[in-house]
Design a protein around this ligand. Structure first.
Ligand code: ADP
Length: 276
């Protein structure tokens, strides 16, 4: 059975430096972020990065269940990463895999430094991530989605957490690996950061690089993270712009309703008056 719907090309990057999906080494895939997409939880976000489609929902701070995991001085942060059965080319088993359990932990570790957990002692902050379509770099896209959902839930945070995977194809460092580059490339380096202070909260590495290549990869990752961070901030602003526009429309309608009787009173008073 074919591993990919598409065939694997001989080279992942051509002599002109163009990658399999037409990007240059420092291009991100197209991305979009939307905040407040699920009505039932306290905060939510939907993220697309390349072919990744990911939903994150946050409940909390809320009562800790089971109670024995409660912490006296901190909120417990629980993260659940799951891939939908239809998210990959071959049907994925609906049972949670070891990879999903590991990625739940990895994502939580990347998010925790951003959260003021001591503000919410004896509570639980539950983060659920559902990968609807996977296209390489789902852990990074999930971190981006989860940090937006946390902000949407009003959880106090030092900064958003922003993530991207950098990698190597041949001897070229490339930004934001697609699925094929992730699987067939020579190195994979997912990075998550608190972008305001350039604090790294996640750094994983699979493959081989020289020290110079490694430093180049970190710099390229930071270049991508700054762009993604801006888009995350815009997504949050867009949600609150919608809310404030909704409030001013409601206020406008209330004012109209208040003014209506006075207008009618005026019209009645002037009824029957002879015109000049
Ligand atoms: P990440 O998604 O963070 O890059 P991995 O390196 O483990 O994490 O996975 C790389 C890619 O492999 C995923 O983004 C996804 O496209 C694909 N993949 C992961 N799990 C499966 C699976 N069970 N079946 C098919 N493809 C998968």
């Amino acid at each position: 059975m074919a591993l990919y719907k598409y065939s694997v090309p001989d080279k992942l990057i051509n002599e002109n430096g163009i990658r399999v999906d037409g990007r240059k080494y420092n291009d991100l895939r197209p991305y979009s972020f939307k905040v407040g997409v699920l009505p039932k939880c306290d905060g939510s976000a939907y993220v697309e990065m390349g072919g990744n489609k990911i939903l994150a929902g946050v409940y909390g701070p809320r009562k800790v269940q089971p109670r024995h995991i409660s912490q006296a001085n901190l909120a417990v942060i629980r993260t659940t990463y799951r891939m939908a059965t239809f998210s990959v080319d071959e049907r994925k088993s609906p049972a949670p895999s070891r990879r999903e359990v590991e990625l739940s932990l990895v994502i939580r570790t990347a998010l925790e430094p951003a959260i003021f957990a001591s503000y919410y002692p004896k509570t639980l902050i539950d983060i659920f991530i559902q990968v609807l379509a996977a296209d390489g770099g789902t852990r990074c896209a999930s971190i981006n989605a989860a940090s937006l959902a946390l902000a949407d839930a009003g959880i106090a945070m030092r900064d958003l957490v922003t993530a991207v995977a950098v990698g190597m194809v041949g001897d070229q460092i490339v930004l934001d690996l697609c699925d094929l580059e992730d699987k067939e490339g020579d190195a994979d380096l997912p990075i998550a950061m608190l972008p305001q202070n350039n604090e790294i909260t996640l750094l994983q590495f699979d493959g081989q690089m020289t020290k110079d290549q490694f430093l180049e990869a970190i710099n390229l990752g930071m270049f991508g993270i700054k762009q993604i961070y801006k888009a995350q901030q815009e997504a949050i602003r867009a949600k609150f712009k919608d809310i404030s526009e909704g409030i001013s429309e409601m206020e406008g309608e209330e004012e109209d309703q208040e003014e209506e009787p006075r207008e009618r009173e005026f019209e009645r008073e002037n009824e029957g008056e002879p015109e000049d």
